[in-house]
Design a protein around this ligand. Structure first.
Ligand SMILES: Cc1cc2nc3c(=O)[nH]c(=O)nc-3n(C[C@H](O)[C@H](O)[C@H](O)COP(=O)(O)OP(=O)(O)OC[C@H]3O[C@@H](n4cnc5c(N)ncnc54)[C@H](O)[C@@H]3O)c2cc1C
Length: 337
């Protein structure tokens, strides 16, 4: 999890390409990296926009594994995908911000020391552009819990440790503001490409795991006197899913390379996430179908991974919003949202 932290702060000093390889391998081995992936990309906001003092204070402890910055507080119940409509308000009072509002789907908050919170520091009706007036604050969850901050776990169809967070006049020291006040939306956007590439690599790992499992099962399971994998009806969905996983993997590698070279990669990061999420979901369906009834049995893990990989059609950004991005920013079509 210290992969992306520069060596001068005690990290491994590697790039998104290496981080993607690590996350892919975790998923390919049948596990799930959701418990830790956010620390890799949330840390990027601190690294790119934090002050030297903030970086010295937090990054070495994060790199040593003593401090967790694993919670990312963006989503709100009434906001949906339109982040500019965030209502959680951080009002400056002397050397503190007083934060009031509500967040939803904030994963790992119970297990993290710090949360990167996105809040309005200027209300929407007082800004020229709706992307202005948002700020990023580091909230010390251990101090805030019980002092205005309440975390309520949400049970979901997979183990994602996600929560709802209520902020009732939570005090955050002004020194915890990352970068400039009001520029939070910009900071958010430049962290999203890393997030998309890393999640895409997890999907590639899932896809490869599903196809390994399905092909092994198809070779061994004998029905009507022959392995089910001899039937084209079983082979073709697996072959098609394999082709799509491999194509998605190339896009992930391409996007990661552009990111690490600090070249524009918004389109490639979004396409990597779209293609990889679709390919992992296609592989999940093909693997479940290949396993027949056994696909539903907990012992085989297919049903667990099936539930886990379904998330990536919706979070951290839904497929429709990626398509809308490509339509507008790559194809030059009118903005649809
Ligand atoms: C398990 C889990 C973990 C999460 N973890 C975090 C986290 O740690 N931190 C965090 O901040 N958030 C987190 N999220 C929130 C996640 O990022 C959002 O759920 C996601 O961005 C979608 O937003 P929404 O749920 O509000 O859906 P909505 O925006 O309400 O969208 C609902 C549906 O409508 C479609 N839609 C909406 N607008 C349009 C449009 N203009 N055109 C076409 N279709 C449209 C969407 O594609 C979607 O299918 C998590 C979510 C889940 C489920």
């Amino acid at each position: 999890m210290a992969t992306l932290i520069p060596e001068e702060y005690g990290g491994a000093g590697m790039g998104v390409a290496e981080a993607a390889a690590i996350l892919e391998e975790i998923h390919r081995a049948g596990a799930n990296a959701a418990a830790c992936h956010a620390q890799m990309y949330v840390m990027g906001t601190l690294l790119r926009h934090g002050s030297e003092a903030q970086k010295k204070k937090y990054l070495p402890a994060i790199a040593r594994g003593e401090l967790r910055l694993q919670a990312f507080g963006v989503s709100e119940p009434t906001t949906g995908s339109d982040t500019t409509q965030i209502k959680t308000l951080a009002s400056r009072k002397g050397d503190k911000y007083i934060v009031k509002g509500q967040k939803i789907w904030i994963s790992r908050a119970e297990h993290s020391d710090l949360m990167l919170l996105v809040a309005r520091t200027t209300p929407l009706d007082q800004v020229r552009k709706r992307t202005e007036g948002l700020s990023t604050l580091l909230v010390n969850l251990r101090n805030a819990a019980g002092n205005g901050l309440t975390i309520r776990p949400i049970r979901t169809m997979m183990n994602h440790a996600t929560t709802e967070i209520f902020l009732d006049d939570v005090e955050v020291p002004a020194e915890n503001l990352i970068g400039e006040e009001g520029q939070g939306f910009r900071y958010l956007l430049d962290g999203l490409n890393a997030e998309r590439i890393l999640i895409a690599s997890e999907c590639v790992g899932d896809g490869r795991w599903f196809l390994d499992r399905a092909c092994n099962y198809a070779k061994e399971r004998v029905v009507f006197g022959r392995p089910i994998g001899r039937n084209q009806g079983v082979q073709f969905p697996l072959a098609r899913a394999f082709a799509n996983v491999e194509a998605a993997s190339l896009m992930v590698v391409h996007a990661a390379q552009l990111f690490d070279e600090q070249r524009p990669c918004g389109a490639q990061a979004n396409m990597a996430k779209l293609l990889a999420a679709d390919a992992s979901w296609e592989s999940a369906n093909a693997a479940l179908q290949t396993h027949g009834g056994f696909g539903f049995a907990e012992d085989y893990d297919i049903e667990r991974k099936f539930r886990e990989t379904r998330l990536y059609q919706v979070a951290p950004v839904s497929t429709n919003l990626i398509l809308a991005y490509i339509a507008e920013h790559v194809l030059g079509l009118p903005r649809s949202y």
